[in-house]
Structure formats: structure tokens, C-alpha cells
Design a protein around this ligand. Structure first.
Ligand SMILES: Cc1cc2nc3c(=O)[nH]c(=O)nc-3n(C[C@H](O)[C@H](O)[C@H](O)COP(=O)(O)O)c2cc1C
Length: 207
């Protein structure tokens, strides 16, 4: 089983998403052997697509110049890595109610017609990653983003990532999340973190 781990926290130390992801992979290893590929976009952000990227991307592969292929090289590498994975564990902190900019740059590099989704002549789009499974581990500094919580309307993180996965054809999507990691009561922070670990421990047995 090929497992792709994508980190996106810009924190080097004390990153909650990294710690939870480390924990999950350690647990998973007890039940399922896997070969791991790591992609840390938080520490090594992919380039933000620019004009040249868009032109290269929208040119048919057989008509691309050497320069265009060069421009798409990182994107191709990221996509090949993704296509090679059977399972994906993505770690996403909440930044300003959404995902970190390096993770958005990653997404802008991997969502490409003909590679990760198809575009029919009538405009129908179909994701090509249907066989994959994804676990998304999220962390937030504040609390009450869940269900009827006072900040529920501000959660542009999980809904976005879920919609994106579905667009790419992935239906086996799982979220484990921790809240109140920065601006809550100390005991709540620990309880929430431990609760996330508990969920991950259980999930590792069946994932
Ligand atoms: C740039 C930045 C923006 C953030 N924005 C939010 C936010 O909108 N809502 C929130 O609840 N927490 C916010 N936080 C707190 C993080 O979500 C929290 O620290 C989380 O644990 C980060 O994950 P990490 O520990 O893996 O880095 C923000 C943190 C940073 C650094």
C-alpha cells in the first residue's frame, strides 16, 4: 500500500496537525504495512500558478513547448506522486477560516484536466481519483466550528476540502479534527487533542 502524507502547517515545532499525523501513522503501522511518501507543502510550498503555468496547462500535451513542459514539471511531479498513492493522509491547520496558502498552491498544482479530472465536450467534469481513500486531519485555534457552534458559518476549511475531494472523485473521505488549540481553556485544549488521538487510534484499526 502506497501512502502519501501531505503536511501543510508552516510551524516547525509544536504543530498539532503534524503531531496527530505522526500519531496516526504510528498507529496505522501496527495493523497495515505501507510505504510512505512525504510531501511537506508547509515547509516547501509549491509555486503559485502564474500566467505561464495557465497557458502551458491549457495547451494540449502534444503541442507544448519545452518551456511549457518545464513550467509544468513540479505540477507533474506532484500529480504523479498523488496518482501513485492508494491512501492519502492530509494535515491541514485552519488559517483565517480556511486552509493554509501553501496547501491552496498545492491544490492549484494538482487539479488539472486530463490528469486528475476529465472535461467532456458538454462541460461535464469527472474526477479521476476514485479509487483512493483520504483522511484529513484538521486543527483550529478557536472552538465552536462544529454543527451548531457559533463559528460554524466560518468553517471554509472542511467543507472546501470535502468538496474538492469529491470533485476529484474521492468518496472515501474521513475527517478527524481538534479545536481550541490556541484560544481556549487549557484543559479543553488537552481534552480535545486527546479526543482526536482516540478517534485516530480507532480509525487506524480499520482504515
Ligand atoms: C496564519 C494563521 C491563521 C490562523 N487562523 C485561524 C482561524 O481562522 N481560526 C482558528 O480557529 N484558528 C486559526 N489559527 C490557529 C491554528 O488553526 C491553530 O494554531 C492550529 O493548531 C494550527 O495547526 P498546527 O498546530 O499544525 O500549525 C491560525 C493560525 C495561524 C498561524
Amino acid at each position: 500500500m502506497n501512502l502519501l502524507r501531505i503536511d501543510s502547517s508552516v510551524r516547525v515545532e509544536n504543530s498539532k496537525t503534524r503531531a496527530l499525523t505522526d500519531f496516526f501513522l504510528q498507529e496505522l503501522g501496527k495493523y497495515t504495512p505501507f510505504s510512505l511518501v512525504r510531501r511537506d507543502v508547509g515547509l516547501n510550498p509549491p509555486p503559485i500558478p502564474n500566467d505561464e503555468f495557465v497557458k502551458a496547462n491549457y495547451t494540449s500535451p502534444t503541442e507544448r513547448t519545452e518551456r511549457m513542459n518545464e513550467i509544468l514539471k513540479t505540477s507533474d511531479e506532484l500529480i504523479n506522486e498523488l496518482l501513485n498513492a492508494n491512501k492519502i493522509v492530509m494535515a491541514s491547520p485552519m488559517y483565517n477560516f480556511s486552509i493554509p496558502a501553501p496547501l491552496k498552491a498545492y491544490i492549484d498544482n494538482i487539479v488539472r484536466v486530463g490528469r486528475t479530472f476529465t472535461l467532456g465536450e458538454d462541460g461535464t467534469m469527472n474526477g479521476l481519483l476514485g479509487e483512493k481513500k483520504i483522511l484529513i486531519i484538521t486543527s483550529r485555534g478557536a472552538m465552536s466550528y462544529k454543527e451548531d457552534g457559533v463559528l460554524a458559518a466560518f468553517d471554509f476549511q472542511e467543507g472546501y476540502l470535502k468538496a474538492l475531494c469529491r470533485f476529484l472523485g474521492i468518496t472515501a473521505i474521513q475527517f478527524v479534527n481538534t479545536e481550541a488549540q490556541d484560544f481556549g481553556k487549557e484543559e479543553l485544549k488537552d481534552t480535545n487533542f486527546e479526543q482526536a488521538k482516540k478517534e485516530l487510534r480507532e480509525l487506524a484499526k480499520v482504515w
